[in-house]
Write a protein that binds this ligand. Structure first.
Ligand code: PLP
Length: 391
């Protein structure tokens, strides 16, 4: 069913007040997401934090069920954590690397992930190898296939990199990983909520995501999916009394499910908000969400192409809702600040966030306009007109 735009905007009252193309930064929360959090905060204030959490126990369990539904996973394969970075780190630092083990990644890998690669290679003697991109900018699948060998311990790539519209071929990578029995960690921070994600179809072993971006959830929320079959190959970098039970003075028992990657203390209100955001997205349907985002982004790319001095910087066969560009006459940060004065939100994306890709493509700061389904064709036209007037 196509998105009911009027309803989506009624559920997002701030859309009347400013133009928000910073959905890959933090999307606007719809009213049910805000309401779920406020309700729980009120309950905490009225009854006490532990008491409120006990009262919300069933709702908290449904958060796992909803995320599992979103990803086509089992609720026991989901861990709730503070953000996508913690989710990714808990998975990555659980892999038992030995000297000479190889980590294969892609050109547009995210800074935090690459920093962790460098950290672990220094600590363990594992090595990082970067799979080149093909002519479209996507990870080159033939090169990936050639580069895998028995020392390849992990394939870790980003599905939708932080800049550049790119959607890496996650499922095709999964087929290589499955065929060669290599662990596969997918950073889906910017694709979850943006497009349909099916972990069975993708074939990843671990997947990390955040709440605040395309899912439209609260800040400070994230989750990790870990496939049942690989749980016991992974050794979490730390354990607490949520991840394990202290059963004797010299012994603990680790949880049998993915919650072994969690820690105990949490923002219950925010996690309930995350659950509401997942339910809200599922209510629209991810196929329809993706179709509308793609159409809006295509229209924006077309309009920007028509403006003299604007260069689009996007890559990939089917670029997603993240539109990046530079202006000949104005640095990205200046343009973003001037747009902000006109109540137009977008973001300046720094080269250091995807250093390998930015260096290879000699990218300066980019203007990143990231669209969501609740944006309108009129906003796309207004954004393009504002860019044309300012450059
Ligand atoms: C590709 C990618 N991965 C991971 C992250 C980190 O997400 P979080 O800030 O929720 O930890 C980001 C954030 O921008 C991102 O773009």
């Amino acid at each position: 069913m196509p998105i009911d735009l009027a309803q989506a905007r009624r559920d997002t009252p701030a859309t009347n007040r400013f133009l928000h193309f910073n959905n890959a930064g933090a999307a606007l929360m719809p009213t049910p997401v805000l309401a779920a959090q406020l309700r729980h905060l009120q309950l905490e204030a009225d009854t006490g934090g532990y008491e409120a959490a006990a009262a919300a126990n069933d709702q908290m369990e449904s958060v796992y069920t909803s995320i599992a539904r979103l990803l086509n996973a089992a609720p026991t394969e989901i861990a709730l954590v503070e953000n996508a970075t913690v989710a990714w780190d808990m998975a990555f630092y659980s892999v038992n690397f030995a000297p000479g083990d190889r980590i294969l990644t892609a050109q547009a890998e995210y800074a935090s992930n690459y920093i962790a690669f460098l950290h672990i290679t220094r600590r363990t003697g594992a090595v990082i190898e970067v799979v080149p991109s093909d002519a479209t900018g996507e990870l080159d699948l033939e090169a990936l296939d050639r580069m895998t060998d028995p020392r390849t311990k992990l394939i870790a790539i980003t599905h939708v990199p932080t800049n550049g519209g790119l959607v890496n071929p996650a499922a095709a990578v999964g087929r290589v990983a499955r065929a060669k029995n290599i662990l596969y960690l997918l950073d889906a921070c910017q694709s979850v909520g943006h497009m349909p994600i099916d972990v069975a179809e993708i074939g990843c072993d671990m997947l990390s995501a955040t709440g605040r971006k395309y899912l439209r959830g609260p800040r400070g929320t994230g989750f990790l999916y870990v496939r049942h079959a690989v749980l016991d190959q992974l050794d979490p970098p730390f354990l607490d009394l949520q991840a394990a039970t202290w059963v004797a003075p010299d012994r603990y028992e680790i949880r049998p499910d993915a919650r072994r990657f969690e820690n105990w203390e949490r923002n219950v209100a925010a996690q309930l908000g995350l659950g509401a955001a997942v339910d809200y997205a599922l209510g629209w349907g991810l196929t329809d969400i993706a179709a509308r985002i793609d159409a809006l982004a295509a229209e924006l790319r077309q309009r920007l192409t028509d403006i003299p001095g604007i260069t689009l910087r996007d890559q990939g066969r089917r670029p997603c809702g993240i539109v990046t560009f530079t202006a000949e006459t104005k640095p990205a940060r200046e343009l973003v600040a001037e747009l902000r004065h006109q109540r137009i939100n977008c973001h300046a994306s720094a080269p250091g966030n995807t250093l390998l890709d930015s260096t290879a493509r000699r990218l300066p700061d980019l203007v990143r306009a990231s669209l969501h389904y609740y944006n309108t064709e009129d906003e796309v036209a207004r954004f393009a007109a504002a860019v044309a007037a300012l450059t």
